[in-house]
Design a protein around this ligand. Sequence first.
Ligand code: MG
Length: 162
Amino acid sequence: MRIGHGFDSHKFAPLSAQQNGFVLAGVEIPYELSLLAHSDGDVLIHALCDALLGAIAKGDIGQHFPDSDPQYRGISSRVLLQKVMELVTSDGFAVTNVDVTVICQRPKLAPHIAAMRENLAQDLAVSVDQVNVKATTSEGLGYEGEGLGISVHAVALLLAND
Ligand code: MG
């Protein structure tokens, strides 16, 4: 059995002409701001990738997909998650469960949680009941509370396939 933890935070930025909000776990969340990033800014998937990489002792997302590499510019983070899962699988592990906490003052994420869990379950090759996503505010405290950005904590438990 292996456990891993991941954390990431991204800063809100003005919408570009093509954007209507931001992306979390592959779900488009309508909002007046987007999340600044080299990829699609999916801070939830980035934290989850780090939890999975942590569990197999394979470093972090920045080492595998450097933001200096143009092939990752604007890439869907779901593709990165799928690539991380290839590493997990080739190391002989499968996901037992993952648990994700998103710290976000606004917008309200509750209406999008079910769709996020579906996407993650698909990419992790598990059922939806092995994937938990919860959202909390920070009661107005810190950068999340001031609405400057979003942060995400994730843990993943893996079991060896043998
Ligand atoms: Mg990131």
